[in-house]
Structure formats: C-alpha cells, structure tokens
Design a protein around this ligand. Sequence first.
Ligand SMILES: NC(=O)C[C@H](N)C(=O)O
Length: 203
Amino acid sequence: MNSTQHPVIAVHGGAWAIPDTVAEASVTGVKLAVKEGFRILQQGGTAVDAVVAAVSLMEDNPVFDAGIGSVLNSAGEVEMDAVVMDGQTLKAGGGMCPEHSTPCAVGSSGHGEGQDINSGCDTVGAVALDSAGNTAFATSTGGITAKRPGRVGDSPIIGAGGYADSQVGAVSSTGHGEAIIRTCLAHHIISLMNAGKHQDYGQ
Ligand SMILES: NC(=O)C[C@H](N)C(=O)O
C-alpha cells in the first residue's frame, strides 16, 4: 500500500437471514452507506472517516439491527455494541452505549439521540482502505434479539468484532457473537491474510 492507493470500501448489513419484507430496504441502505463512505474516500478522507460515516448512516436506518433499529433485550431495553479501529495506529474506540442511537460515531467523535424504533434485522459494519494506504473498520449492533441484559457480543471486542491493520487489511464481523469471540475471528482472518500476503511476496 502506498500514497497512490486507490481507495476501497466494503459495507455489510449483517449475514443472518434477512426477511423478504426488508430485503430490498436492506440492500438500499447498504448501497447508500457504501456510496457515502466512498465519497469521503474520494475526497481524500481517511479510512476511519469513511467507515464511521458509512456505519452511522446505517445506524440511522431502522432496517438494521444497529442504532435506531436495534433489537430489544429480554427486558425490553436497547443495549448496543459498537467499535471503530484505525489500522494505522491500531487505536480503537467504542463499547456499550445504550442511550445513543449512533454508537459508532460516539466511539469516534460524534454524538447520538435516543432511539425510538426497534425493528432491525442485522448488525452493520464497514472496512475501508484510504488513498494514503491506511485501513479501518467499524462494526455496530443491537446484538441478538431477547439477549440477556448486560450481554456484550463480539462487535465491540477488538479481534472478534473486527480488526484493522494497515499492513494487512481490515475485517468487520457479523454472526453469533459468542462463537466469534471464542475463535477471535477477525484477528484470525487478518493473520491468514498476512500469511497469504507473505506467500505472494515469496512467489
Ligand atoms: N447479528 C450479529 O452480527 C450479532 C452480533 N454479532 C452479536 O452477537 O451481538
């Protein structure tokens, strides 16, 4: 990666079954997010700026299980997890943030408002590579429907809910949090990518 790097962004709206009734809205929401993130990258914005903007847009979209669309726990409350990581410095911010509707932005520098819609269908995330060659990821979720109050899923845990290392790439996870945490999934993927990269260099 170098200073002439073409920017890249990828966004997901979760991997679990998306009901037919919201499938189109989900795809539309992902497209809007990826366009906004890519616009920022094309204007010279950082990978962190791009993933925060993309994920924040989806947090504001009730079709997703994040931000205002977050599902409810077994006590009928919203408890969200979110994180942002900068692949250049390996610094990250985020955590559980029940009182904000845009926890991803809160994890970086923004703020949110109280949520009032709870219909989301899945976790959201983004990875980006900016024109300076740096990577970042962001993941945001309301977690799993009817989860135990206080449960923290994989999403805010570095190495599970995602990982970014500008020397290698970036990952944002979605799926069953308990299984993702046990396997340190995101960091495992980054390690495999790193091994593949070195293999390429050797050829
Ligand atoms: N749909 C998801 O990705 C759920 C999230 N990984 C969690 O377990 O909290």
